[in-house]
Design a binder for this molecule. Sequence first.
Ligand code: PMP
Length: 585
Amino acid sequence: MTQFPAIQLRKVQFDPTKVRRDFPILQTKSHGHPLIYLDNGATTQKPRAVIDAISHYYEAQNANVHRGVYELSQIATQAYETARATVQRFIHAADSAEIIFTRGTTESINLVASSWSRAFLKAGDEVIVSALEHHSNIVPWQMACELAGAKLRVIPMNDAGELLMDEFAKLLNPRTKMVAVNHLSNSLGTINPVEEIIQQAHAVGAMVLIDGAQWVAHSPTDVQKLNADFYCFSGHKLFGPTGIGVLYGKRAILEAMPPFMGGGDMIRSVTFEKTEYADLPNKFEAGTPDICGAIGLGAAIDYVMGIGFENFEPYVDELLAYATEKLSAIQGLRIIGTASHKAGVISFVMDDPVISPLDLGTQLDSQGIAVRTGHHCCQPVMDRFKINATTRASFAMYNTREDVDALVTALKKIIGAFAAKSPAVVAPKSMELKYPSATAASPELAADQLAEVFEFLGDRDARNEYLLELGEKLLPLPAGLKTDAARVHGCMSTVHVVGHRRAGDGHRLDFLGDSDAHIVRGLIAVVQKLFAGQEAKAILAFDVQAFFQRIGLEQFVSAQRRNGLQGMVQRIRDLAGKIEFAKNL
Ligand code: PMP
């Protein structure tokens, strides 16, 4: 059982049933079950008020902003600028010109990392981020540091997922020019002591950017009180639309920065000799903005403020405490991220029986429960805990104790089924390695056989079940062969593929694969049936994408899903390519 501070379960007066009625999607089903949406850290659902604001904009207000002399354009401009004023009030900025609309947190951070760094980051300077950052608050700073010749330094964290403030103090020095940290961690749910971070960074003359992507929907934000130099967030994690986000910056700093992008709307005058830039905020909003997105975000903020943080924040905190209590009571489940100040997010792994997050996520999905699995765009966090991925449930005001109970019941069922399975087939020693032979005379014929099976199975659940069964039977790779060279990187699960030309028939490819996720092991088995022992030339000529579509594996195919199938097939094609290349030498 996981050890962490005692939880206070409070009785909180807030009725989520009324709120739930505002979200049409929560009345829908997923795989025949009522949708239980626990992926609010990735994006939140949209209330009717936001959907209506978006429809109304396109039905009655659509025109380009800032340009037209006609009434409709003025209506659109007014609605867009009203949304800016709403954001200003929401985060208590001193001036609406300090609110820059962007595409989201990622673009806001990139804007600062690009534009501010161009003017103010020099060789030998230092930028500090934390070990808890989302990739979008790491990579832009790495790029900026590389360009400027500056150094990126990292605040470490402890085993609970809390930043080590003593270490932070040691990192600060007169060369520190920027400190960029998140307010609330998306991977572990840690609330970071941003007030303290800002004070200490300012004491050495550094700027501070706060990534508030997860925070703004959880608690009130006051950028003036915080004294943050920059504050970033996304509309879609705040019950608003995707494609819109906010960069708040202090006026004097934004004025001193060069523009991020050039184009229409960000200029005062243009000649071929010289362009004068527009005042804030337009200087940073080149091109036609996401007008409708801003209006939708304004509606989302009005909605949230209408309900009131004071009403739903204690409720969501209590829900997290309840989920923590219930999940930590599950034998073999380990919660990752046990900070004393946490909000909204619970991440965990299954140690006994070992169940990969991908398998858990896939099985929960088949019961209508949407959770996130993977590294959550926080690979350094996963590395810190020596894991590849977690399963994460993240909560919003419309979630209920019943949602948590359904998650716990489903988890127990999945764990029970895994535990009841026969112990995993023992990995052979490498000298005993047996490569599977071809299942048919060509990949095309093997494909026909597989297609027949999948057609017979029919629905998605039966196909998933079949994949899991195949995965169970797949012979594990010996540990010695699971080298970094054999690893297929970029997958949500750990995948290894080893292969070479067949001894005695150098035109054919022998290969084996393995993964920590049963579902991926099943996919490996399918790929083996298709390609194992086949001629390299035939493997290269086979249209594998079309085949995956044919047997209904679209859900596993897209590169974005990063579940291994695509990478695995590419590795096999690379191996086949090498055989063909050698043959033609
Ligand atoms: N930072 C944090 C803490 C996040 O959770 C996210 C989204 N998961 C981002 C940044 C990036 O946000 P977006 O994709 O909306 O730009």
